[in-house]
Design a protein around this ligand. Structure first.
Ligand SMILES: Cc1ncc(COP(=O)(O)O)c(C=O)c1O
Length: 442
């Protein structure tokens, strides 16, 4: 590999660097095989939109971890807030009240539209989905009896790896271990207009009929605001009809914003692209740009279905994690990072569309703001090409653009999601490197 040396990128060793091999070997020996999925880039420092290893290599980050570092990596404001809270003699307080937890839920509620008035803090994205499922079912039973328990979600969706989140997900291979799948989880085609041609809302109702589901028995519809595996959004008209349908059938509309929230899509909340508001929303990842914390927001009548002490979590609103989230949200707001994502996103998507016009092995470019999915397809047809996607990712890394492993249907989608602080020169330079990586991979 030729060395790379620009103001933003530096690749000066073999990859992976020989010195990193003992650590990689330790991880391989002790961690589960399942943890081996990512390219072997050993992170040592991550600052702003760049990631470095200990051996002189530096990448423009197109991963944000996995859509975590919205406000940028290693931000001083966040590190200072964490340090201040960590040395303030309060490291944990379970569900006992704390001022910092009050500050965070109040902040989140103030940023959310009506009717999302109540906020419950958790630790991971999967937990927020589990909580959303619990709310849907409790709501269904309350409003329509036990038959009203069906949770509708979407094929190819990913909502996390715990039992309920995995069943709400739409990836069959990830559910094989469950064996006795709950028939109250039903997935229908996601209206992306490409893999699913029919994007009309009638297709939603038709799919339910085909699955033998009575609308009256639907407790909730859970959807990623955009599909993580492709970065595809649904048409706004479909979403408006879905919103009406849910209201009409007393089903909760849940939007999983674990990837889409906190400015990622060029708006504070991804659902703003649809002009609707859900009844329940799930947040994680970019909420803190750092420590593990997540949140569910919901209508008060929905969130308050469960009596005291029946919906809690040991680490809810951990004070150090709250400090991180408050500092990250303050940066997203103060620096208008949603606005930067919108501006940089215009450049990113225009350049990717231009690349698609030159590269027939790109079947589709999806996404909004600073999230994009580039679907790699086989020559002569539109089936996903996971091998090509991997070659592109590896080649990009060799050129100093850090990407995570391909995702989505057939593992064919190369996902682009830099921290929202990326600057135009760094973005343009990384797009150029990516275009070269693609050309060298086909
Ligand atoms: C849309 C979505 N929901 C939920 C999750 C699960 O989040 P976590 O890994 O924090 O449990 C993810 C993780 O990738 C996700 O992308």
């Amino acid at each position: 590999m030729p060395p790379v040396d620009t103001p933003y990128r530096r690749i000066v060793t073999a990859l992976p660097p020989p010195e990193s091999l003992p650590t990689l070997e330790t991880l391989r020996r002790i961690e589960p095989v399942a943890m081996r999925g990512q390219p072997p880039v050993m992170w040592d420092r991550a600052e702003g939109f760049q990631v470095s290893d200990r051996w002189g290599n530096k990448w423009i980050d197109w991963s944000s971890g996995v859509l975590i570092a919205n406000a940028g990596h290693g931000r001083k404001e966040i590190a200072d807030a964490i340090a201040a809270q960590a040395s303030s003699h309060l490291l944990t307080n379970y569900c006992f009240p704390s001022e910092i937890r009050a500050r965070l839920v109040e902040k989140l509620a103030s940023l959310l539209p009506e009717p999302l008035r109540k906020v419950f803090l958790l630790t991971t994205g999967s937990e927020t989905v589990e909580c959303a499922i619990k709310l849907c079912r409790a709501w269904g039973i309350r409003s329509g009896g036990k038959l009203k328990h069906v949770v509708v979600s979407y094929q190819h969706a990913f909502h996390g790896r715990t039992l309920g989140a995995q069943q709400a997900g739409g990836i069959a291979t990830l559910k094989e271990w469950i064996v006795n799948l709950d028939p109250g989880f039903v997935q229908i085609a996601f209206p992306d207009g490409w893999r699913t041609r029919d994007t009309s809302f009638e297709s939603f109702e038709k799919s339910l009929r085909e699955a033998g589901i009575e609308p009256a028995n639907v407790a909730g519809v859970i959807m990623e605001t955009y599909q993580g595996g492709s970065a595809a959004f649904a048409p706004p008209e479909y979403m408006k009809s879905l919103r009406q349908w849910c209201t009409g059938h007393k089903a909760l509309l849940v939007l999983d914003e674990v990837q889409a929230g906190f400015g990622r899509c060029g708006t504070m909340w991804g659902w703003e692209h649809y002009g609707i508001v859900p009844d329940v929303a799930c947040f994680g990842k970019g909420i803190s740009s750092s420590l593990p914390i997540s949140a569910v927001a919901a209508r008060a009548d929905v969130m308050d279905l469960h009596p005291p002490n029946s919906m809690t979590s040991t680490h809810t609103g951990n004070p150090v994690c709250c400090a991180a989230a408050l500092a990250s949200i303050a940066l997203v707001l103060k620096e208008d990072l949603a606005g930067n994502a919108a501006r940089m996103g215009e450049i990113l998507h225009a350049e990717l569309k231009a690349l698609q016009a030159r590269q027939p092995r790109i079947g589709r470019v999806e996404g909004k703001g600073l999230v994009a999915g580039v679907a790699c397809i086989q020559a002569g047809n539109t089936e996903p090409d996971g091998d090509l996607a991997w070659r592109v990712v590896e080649r990009a890394i060799e050129k100093g653009v850090l990407m995570f492993a391909p995702v989505g249907y057939g593992g064919g989608t190369v996902k682009i999601c830099p921290p929202l602080v990326i600057t135009e020169p760094a973005l343009r330079e990384s797009i150029q490197a990516f275009a070269e990586a693609f050309a060298e991979s086909v």
